[in-house]
Design a protein around this ligand. Structure first.
Ligand SMILES: Nc1nc2c(ncn2[C@@H]2O[C@H](COP(=O)(O)OP(=O)(O)O)[C@@H](O)[C@H]2O)c(=O)[nH]1
Ligand SMILES: [Mg+2]
Length: 432
């Protein structure tokens, strides 16, 4: 468990009315038991992040899932007793539930029941700040809701009485029928398309100005926002809280020998990220999709670091970003075990601490050499009357050799793919 989070959980504000949550881990006999336990610890962190207090947990390993209730009859009875003993107000199942399963479980337990995707969506609903963020969350919630809409959905306890699982920018839309949802979906998608176009225009502008871009990605809470703050002197929200960042933020940085580059901080990843969320957050994810280089930030102090890397790497594949160069930043060096450091075998890596600043010079160097490796070596010739262009060239790249001739100057430099067309008229191949 992450140190900070468990500490924080103990400090749940006393007077604040919080949900008393029981979390339920489920897995099949054929699955790994330790995976189930790890996922359950994470579900506790997520419950806390949503504003709940986890009062108990319970697990079940089954030969196969029950169609009507997911978990078995005996376990439901046990859970029911635990709920009354602990005065629980909410049960969260660490799995996806169908509409029928939710309804049946709620009926048996007499309590609100949420599944993992609904919990994550609720956290996103609480965190959404921007117009775009709110639209994306509403879209994800509607998409998540549609297949769950079995006859008696209207009576579902999950949507009544406030608390975890009932929030969202689309709160008013939560109890309306399929047709209305369909209409709302269309409107939101249209609005999001416009946002996406707007973003694309911004990116094109940057491309035109030949500014190379980096995108910080990684598991939630690994320190992406803290790194960006430290790198660029920004004041983005960095918090020991899952999914503190929802909206992408782009900041400029001056890289030695390169000039300006931009870095984007985005939403973090987690295991079993709801598919609807991925679909809805397309515009946000496009920011990373368009970046020249990915920076995969890993919490080196987390005992699950290798699992977390694997989950993020899988998502990189799923999003088809795997052709991009990727740097690994192993962060939180100041609080990490030495063994964790030795278990790292990724190339292109650097160890940092966003708290002490250790490793930041190396990180910038690595960013710089990665950009260089993306560039092509070119030789340019500037006749006397065009020599003022050399100053312009020096602003966008390092000129590593200059030879003055009687009629002009020859320069050796590296240019990115985006920069090549603008300078092609000075390429020496065309001149001689
Ligand atoms: N000890 C330590 N804590 C860090 C470091 N980097 C980030 N944190 C803390 O980890 C938590 C999550 O950081 P944040 O930047 O919000 O993570 P993000 O979700 O990846 O953006 C915050 O409480 C940070 O203060 C680090 O290098 N060392
Ligand atoms: Mg963040």
């Amino acid at each position: 468990m992450q140190k900070g989070l468990s500490d924080q959980r103990k400090m749940v504000e006393k007077n604040k009315p919080t949900e008393r949550v029981i979390v339920v881990g489920v897995s099949l006999k054929s699955d790994s038991f330790s995976d189930m336990k790890e996922s359950l610890v994470e579900l506790e962190d997520l419950s806390f992040a949503a504003g709940g207090e986890v009062v108990a947990n319970i697990t079940q390993v089954l030969p196969q899932f029950q169609a009507a209730t997911l978990i078995g009859k005996g376990k439901i009875q046990e859970l029911k007793e635990l709920c009354s003993e602990q005065e629980a107000t909410l049960v969260i199942i660490d799995h996806k539930l169908s509409g029928i399963q939710s309804r049946n479980l709620e009926k048996e337990l007499g309590l609100k029941v949420l599944d993992r995707p609904q919990l994550i969506l609720d956290i996103f609903a609480q965190r959404a700040q921007s117009y775009e963020g709110k639209l994306q969350v509403e879209l994800a919630q509607l998409l998540d809701q549609l297949p769950r809409m079995v006859g008696a959905w209207q009576g579902s306890l999950s949507r009544q009485g406030g608390g975890i699982g009932t929030r969202g920018p689309g709160e008013t839309a939560l109890e309306i029928d399929r047709r209305t949802i369909g209409r709302r979906l269309k409107i939101i998608k249209k609005k999001l398309e416009n946002v996406s176009k707007h973003r694309a225009q911004h990116r094109n502008k940057r491309k035109k100005h030949q500014v190379p871009s980096f995108s910080l990605i990684g598991y939630t809470n690994s320190g992406k926002s803290s790194l960006l703050n430290r790198l660029t002197g920004s004041q983005l929200l960095a918090k020991d809280q899952l999914f503190a960042t929802l909206d992408p933020a782009t900041r400029k940085l001056h890289l030695e020998g390169h000039g300006p580059v931009v870095i984007t901080d985005t939403v973090g990843f987690i295991r079993n990220l709801p598919t609807h969320l991925i679909e809805a957050f397309k515009a946000t994810l496009e920011e990373s999709a368009e970046a020249d280089v990915l920076i995969h930030v890993v919490d080196l102090s987390n005992p699950q670091l290798n699992k977390q890397i694997e989950i993020v790497d899988k998502l990189i594949e799923q999003f088809k970003w795997h052709d991009k160069p990727c740097l690994y930043v192993f962060n939180k060096l100041d609080q990490a075990n030495l063994e964790n450091q030795f278990s790292v075998n990724q190339k292109n890596r650097v160890f940092t601490s966003a708290v002490t600043g250790e490793g930041f010079e190396k990180l910038k160097e690595l960013m710089s050499t990665t950009l260089l490796s993306l560039n092509s070596e070119v030789i340019l010739y500037f006749p006397h009357e065009m020599e003022h262009k050399i100053y312009e060239l020096a602003r966008v790249t390092t000129i590593h050799k200059q030879e003055k001739g009687s009629r002009g100057t020859i320069c050796h430099a590296r240019l990115s793919q985006a920069q090549l067309p603008q300078w092609s008229e000075y390429f020496i191949d065309d001149k001689f």
